[in-house]
Design a protein around this ligand. Structure first.
Ligand code: THU
Length: 153
């Protein structure tokens, strides 16, 4: 499957690129994670897989709660798992929702993804679609973001 979007440009012009193999691996890992989603209220499973700049992969699924606002999105579970293992710089994150084509991270998750971007690099955001993966940049999903560097003035 050939990824859509300016994948090659991302790969060469910015340090947020991922290879085609990595994209597929992340999408597969996210799909597997989605199978573990705890979604008794929405019945809308989501899976996510992050790739750290050191090449490690961590996954997450959404975990809902009877007290609805306590629900945690798949992306945040995956990122929290990576952070708990000592990783703070993400190269890419893949997101999948079996019931939706090309699901994108919610606004809150975009902010959390942005928090753990590489120092100079961004983060590639891979959407799982029926026509193949689509690769975006966190900067495009969260323009003019407020992030860690804004607190270091
Ligand atoms: N959800 C995610 O896990 N990630 C997103 O980016 C979108 C929303 C989950 C939260 C909730 O469990 C379900 O999808 C419906 O909103």
């Amino acid at each position: 499957m050939t990824p859509k979007g300016d994948f090659k440009t991302v790969l060469h012009d910015r340090e947020e690129g991922v290879s085609e193999e990595q994209v597929q691996l992340l999408v597969d890992a996210a799909r597997l994670a989605a199978a573990n989603a705890y979604v008794p209220y929405s019945n809308f499973p989501v899976g996510a897989a992050v790739l750290t700049i050191t090449g490690e992969v961590f996954t997450g699924c959404n975990v809902e709660n009877a007290s609805y606002p306590l629900t945690v999105c798949a992306e945040r579970v995956a990122i929290g798992t990576a952070v708990a293992a000592g990783h703070r710089r993400l190269q890419a994150i893949a997101v999948t929702a079996p019931k939706m084509n090309g699901v994108t991270p919610c606004g809150g998750c975009r902010q959390v993804i942005n928090e753990f971007r590489g120092v100079d690099a961004g983060v590639a955001v891979i959407l799982d679609g029926k026509d193949g993966p689509e690769i975006l940049k966190i900067d495009d999903l969260l323009p003019r973001s407020f992030g860690p560097s804004d607190l270091k003035q």
